[in-house]
Structures are given as structure tokens and as C-alpha cells.
Design a protein. Structure first.
Length: 251
């Protein structure tokens, strides 16, 4: 695991989400001040929905601080379903956040997962290259982690996890019996900031392996997300952190 990783343990999902909202607004302000825009890749799954709801709440400071008109929203991965499907990460983000904040529609860069998987991946990569040019530096990438140590849609044993050149890959995930489209390790490593959001006792085993100084977790996909130049922050709740031995900062 990257020695430069910071781990913060929060009491529960609500406080973890509030901490994450602070990280998002801080990264957004720094990016806009430095480069005039903020490029964020959203995580899928269920954990981030509480964060998205906080960011979408106009009564909260996070909403007011966000430079929505300068924000470009991307996705870390997508299931191979249409955008209105219950399993769609885009649908979750749209319902919890994007339908409630004034990000210009042309600045929401959806993975068109209704296409054939390889075509969806190729098209998303073209979109990323149009936006970033040859230096794909997201200002912030939000990531979750599964109980098996996967992150984004980089699952153990998949071709996407072993991709070394392309920024986006499609792969069949045997354990799910489904195709997924995902950012790959090469592009994730170029991010200015990578923030993992991990909550729940079911993640404790994988989190202990990923964060332990031993090599126990080095093969897990989440362990292999290493920033080349940016920062790596783990925001975890007490339940997920229950097996962590090393001293970490507790909020
Ligand atoms: C997805 C996510 C995936 C997710 C983890 C954790 O498409 O499902 O990209 O990597 O972050 O599976 O999911 P939960 O937050 O639902 O536990």
C-alpha cells in the first residue's frame, strides 16, 4: 500500500460523508483557483449516495461553496446497462446529485454503457482525451471498495485490472455474470487526488489487507491504485476499520 496514504477513521457513514464533502469542496476550490475548472470522477455503488445528497443540499455550505459552473463530472466506472436502469451508476448520481445542482449538461461526461462494452469504453476514452489531452489528471477521483477488494470496476482476475495502456477498459466480470466499463490503473494513478470512501463491517477484511504494511493485500485491486503524483486519502468508518491495527487518525 502506498506509504503516502492518509487514513481517517470516522464514527459512521454520516460523518464520513460530511468529511468527504469537505474534501470535494476543498479540491474544487483549489482546482478552479489554479486551472479554472474542476474535474471529478464519481464513484458508483451505494456508499457515496449520502455524500452526493449532502453536496446537492442547497441549505448546506458544501453546496454553496462548490463551483458548479466550472465543474466537469466524470464516472469511475459503469455497469453495462442503460442510464435509466436501476443498476446504473449514472442513474444513482443523477438522482442524488446531478439533477439537483447547476452543472452545465455539457459538463457531465457519462459513460454510454447502453452501447456494446468495447464501444462504450472506446468512446469514453475519446471523451477523456478530448478533455485532458495527453495528461489525464483528474483533480479528484472518488472510489469505493468492495468486500473482495475491487474498486471502480477493477475486479480481481479481470483483464481491465491488468490494462497498462488504455485509460478505459471493458471487461466481463465472471463473479457478477456481467460486463463492466471502468477507468484503469494508468489513468487512476495520474489523479491529483484519490479518495476512497469505505463503510461497513463487511469491508473490514479487505481494508485490513489493503492497508496493512505486510504484502497481504498487495494483489487486491484497491491496493494497486497508487498515485504517481497526487494524494491518496482513505475515509473509512469505524465498522470498516475494526481490524486495522496501525495507529490512524480518528475523527
Ligand atoms: C460500482 C462501484 C464499485 C463500488 C464498490 C463498493 O460500480 O459498484 O464502482 O467499485 O464502489 O463495489 O460498493 P458499495 O458502496 O455499494 O459498498
Amino acid at each position: 500500500m502506498s506509504a503516502s496514504a492518509e487514513v481517517r477513521v470516522l464514527p459512521d457513514l454520516a460523518t464520513l460523508s460530511a468529511e468527504a464533502a469537505g474534501e470535494v469542496t476543498r479540491a474544487a476550490g483549489e482546482a478552479v483557483a489554479a486551472r479554472g475548472a474542476f474535474a471529478i470522477a464519481l464513484a458508483g455503488g451505494s456508499t457515496p449516495s449520502a455524500l452526493y445528497a449532502l453536496l446537492a443540499d442547497p441549505s448546506r455550505e458544501a453546496f454553496r461553496r462548490m463551483p458548479w459552473s466550472r465543474t466537469h463530472v466524470f464516472f469511475g466506472d459503469e455497469r453495462h446497462v442503460p442510464p435509466d436502469h436501476p443498476d446504473s451508476n449514472y442513474r444513482m448520481a443523477h438522482e442524488a446529485l446531478l439533477s439537483k445542482v447547476p452543472v452545465p449538461p455539457g459538463q457531465v461526461h457519462r459513460i454510454r454503457a447502453e452501447l456494446e462494452p468495447a464501444q462504450a469504453a472506446a468512446e469514453y476514452e475519446r471523451e477523456l482525451r478530448r478533455f485532458f489531452g495527453s495528461d489525464p489528471a483528474f483533480d479528484l477521483v472518488l472510489l469505493g471498495m468492495g468486500a473482495d477488494g475491487h474498486t471502480a470496476s477493477l475486479f480481481p482476475g479481470t483483464t481491465a485490472l491488468e490494462e497498462r495502456e488504455r485509460w478505459v477498459a471493458a471487461s466481463w466480470v465472471q463473479k457478477l455474470g456481467a460486463n463492466r466499463i471502468t477507468l484503469t490503473l494508468p489513468i487512476l494513478g495520474q489523479a491529483r487526488a484519490l479518495v476512497f470512501l469505505v463503510a461497513g463491517a463487511d469491508k473490514a477484511g479487505a481494508l485490513e489487507r489493503v492497508l496493512s504494511p505486510s504484502s497481504a493485500g498487495e494483489s487486491l485491486p484497491a491496493s494497486r491504485v497508487r498515485p504517481v503524483r497526487g494524494r491518496l486519502l482513505w475515509l473509512v468508518d469505524r465498522a470498516a476499520a475494526e481490524r486495522l491495527r496501525r495507529p490512524v487518525s480518528s475523527e
